[in-house]
Write a new protein. Sequence first.
Length: 1203
Amino acid sequence: MKLRKLDIVGFKSFADPVRLRFYDGTTGIVGPNGCGKSNIVDAIRWVMGEQSPRRLRGKSMEDVIFAGSESKPATGMAEVQLTFENDGRNLPPEYASLPEISVGRRLFRSGESEYFINKTPCRLRDVQELFMGTGVGTKAYSIIGQGSIGLLVAQSPAERRGLIEEVAGISKYNSRKRLAENKMERTRQNLQRVNDIVGELQRSLNSLKRQARKAARYKKVREQLLDVELHQATHRYLELQVMQNQYRQKTRSRRDEHAAVTARVATIEADIEQARVSLLEDEKKLSTLQEKLYSTDNQIKLCEKNIEFLGRESESLSGGGQQATQEVERLRGELELVDASIAELEESHRQLQQNAHMAEQRYREQENSLQQHLQQMQVKSRQFEQQQQQQRHLAEQAVELRARLESIDQSLVELQGSRAQNQAELEALQQSRRELDNQHSQQAQRLEQSRQMHLNLVQRREVSQNELAELQVKTRENEARLAGLGEEIARRRSRLESLRQIERNYEGCHQGVQWVMKHAREANQDEQEGLEVVGLVADLLQTPPRYETAVQAVLGERLQGVVVKSHQAGLQAVDVLKREAEGRSSFIPVTLRSYSRAENTSVNGPKVIGPMSTLVQYQAEYASVVDYLLGDVVVVEDLPAAMAIWSANGHQATLVTLDGDVLEPQGVLTGGSLEGAGAHLLKNKRQIRELEQSLQHLEAEYRMAQDRQGKLKAELTMAQSTLESLRQNTHNEELRIIDQEKDLGHLQQQKSSLDERLARLRQEGERLDGRIAQLRQRRQQLLQERQANEQQQAGLLQQVEEMRRHIDLQNSQLAQMNQRVLDLKVEATTSSERAESCRQNLHHQQQRRQELAARLEAARAQITSGNQRLAECREKIKRTRGEISQLLDGKEKLQQEHDAARVTYDNLVAQVGEQELILKDLRRRSQQLGEELAEMSADLRELQLEQLHLVADTRRVLRVELTDCLSDYHLRPPPGPEQEQQAEKLRQVLERMGEVNPHALEEYEENLKRFDFLTSQSRDLNEALEKLQKVILKINRTSRKRFREAFEATNEKFQQVFPRLFNGGKAHLQLEEGKDLLEAGVEIVVRPPGKKLQNMELLSGGEKALTAVALLFALFLVKPTPFCLLDEVDAPMDEANLDRFNSMVRALAASSQFVIITHSKRTMELVDHLYGITMEEAGISKVVSVRLTSADQEQQQREAAAS
């Protein structure tokens, strides 16, 4: 799997579509800082499934989308596509037949993300599985980002372990293990749900069994009752019932089949997972053989290329030796000709030097004579120039004096006019200053009045704010009180309703008590004749909280006793309970037979509280009942007091303590923790009374709080309105003050400006007066200087004319002498140039002789070395051919092993495929069953709805339940009067029986079948768990073996690479001690040359980088990845380390592609293909590429053609 193309559009700084092609060997990416080089690494990492924005140098995933620049708007999507060439290695079997594989990823600003394999949409998991076990991935060692090389050694041992796992190729095993663990978790959850359902069914079966017996009795009575009345309605009901039963039966059948299919799916999935683990092992074996074949082919090709290269070198050496021999003969001839030419040039140079010396002597004599005449002429010329200079100076002085006089006259006129204007402006400004003083005083008074008004408004506003704050606090407090009262009322109402519901349902009472009380309540509600029940014993007593425990201890189960109006009512109730088999109950008539108690029931003592009957409250009509229950009970404070009283007096009363301990007259002691419904009944009664009283009080408080809240809100609204008005007035007054302050400041600025202008005008007037006086004095001086200048010019003019005539005569004589000197100079120069030319020719010939001699010696040395190299090449060719023969033999054996492994692998793949087809059919059947269950459930609901309508109509007209009719009544004749009387009696019986579940028997049988079925499903799920556990154990064994082998191989290579990169030293890897092999981290121990073993943190930045590179190269030597991306890994290295790094890269590039981002010129010289990243437009990256290998070949061809 070789990297061939990278297509980027809209990713980070690559706004426009960009394509980078990658070739075998090394590819370099260069460019200035910030141009977007590292974005290429981010793009490759992103398209391979990276999910962490931080690893992509961003804060959120949206940061990878081009954000726009000054010249280009932001894009709405980022897309990257990687294309790989299939070289037969590291690819899953489903892609083995494809020549190319492309992986793409697309992200929109809306957050939607898409993945593609060969332009077909896929899942992130599919992309990750494609790269598993190849050493390539977002977190693998094939991609080293900018600044990340040091992290390889700075990582924790657990993080560094991941590198060894990638080399071991167990990432797929880890993935399968996670999938198996997830399936185990889902299976455990399914098992838990099944067990919960089984538990619920177990609890409901007992209840359904009792209901089934009762339903049988109810059915018999109901059939006798509805002989005449239910013809058409019953017939329709039975028809609907049959249809429902059919649907229920079909639903149960489909549900059972669906559960069986689900269990079968789980079993097959476990089998497939186990087969896939075996498939992974076969695939790894096949991949290993394929890699060995590929390695053997590469070695054969490399040997053949070496032979080809050595053959060309031998031919080149043979031809070079012949050319060198011819070159030696030619150089000898040229050397003899150069020696003859040197002798002739030496003689000519000597003669020319003598002629040049004589010409130079004649030129020097004539030039000396000319210099003497020139010196005399220069003296006269200087005198003449001085006289002319003096004359010009006087003339210039005269012009200057005239101009200065005119300028002074003009300045005097201007200054006098300015002085008059200055005086007029000064008087006008003084008048304006007086007017501004008056305006400033008036504005200051108005400002003071406004400030006073603003102060009054601020004080009133603060008072209003304080009042508003107090009202807001009161309002919030009252709102909180309202909310608290509302919540408390709702809570207590809810509690009261719960207690009342418990009281109405008689929860905690015996079944017989519940049945009697509910039956009596229903009879009273329907205004029918029923049992004459007053209530429970607990209903008659109002017990203070202090004595509740004592009452419960004494009465116990008697609190559930049913108080009836007469003995006849009690007998009737007992008869009904026996007939209906609804349990037992005690019945206490209101009128009891009176009897005399013992005289010693009166008890006195220090801790005696009193008789129990006097401590509880009850209505007078129930006095006999209370006397019967509590007449001989005395309450004492504690058990020691009770024992003391009993021991001393031997009373016949029953003693009970406040803690519930009971001492009977016979001495029987009862105590401990209290259980039963007695305390529950008394406590509920008391809580209901307390809650009703507290609710009345709370509701009164709530109404008062509501009234107060209304008043507070009205006051708050008024206070807010007042405050808002004061704020507005204050704000208006502040604006008025600001305007007045601005006006006052403006007037003050005008005053200051006028004062400055007045001062400047006065200064200007004084300056003009002084200037006028100075100019008048200066004018008088200039008039005197002009008169003296005119007298000096007249005397100097005569001297200048005489000097000019003398100088003209001397110039004529000097011109003749100068021509003679020039002729002699030309003659001397010509002779010197001829001599110099001859000397240069001589020197050139001497240099050429030295060059020819050196070339002759080099050609002789080349002939000797070429012969030696030719012999070496022929010997290497012979050895390489022998190696090729051995490699071909080994390749044939590997091919046979590979073919056998391929057959085994294909058979296992076929088996997995067949199981997956079965699994697919089962899943399709499971989905079909689910849809059928949904449809049948909907049809069943429709039938039930129709049945409910029929039942409701029959209940309203006939006051019976159709669900109890199970016979075909429409075939029987109408009932007679006797049957009608019997039906009336039966109706009374049915009313006393209460509600009955007519489907109890069917539900019992159905639940029993379902219970058996779910128990079977539980066993199947347990078996699936055992299979998955075995799969995980097998994966762990394989992972341990592979990890140990990979660790040992990597450690061996690391020990070899480290001293090669450091030019010495030692290093090794070791596992963390005391940890399981599947969890142990990997530690690095290094000793650079000349140092002791030390902590990694103490190494320099360059040493850390080299250590990380050594580990990286060790990983590559154990398991080369298809390609490797290195982003500025060489940055911290010096030149020596960089050369060793490049040497290792060059060696590894024979088996893997390398893409290197660098700033180093030495690394640039290493690469075969070079990309340059630029930013011609700010914020937008562009690519320029150069094929360095092709350029080198073209340069060699041009040099060969030129030679």
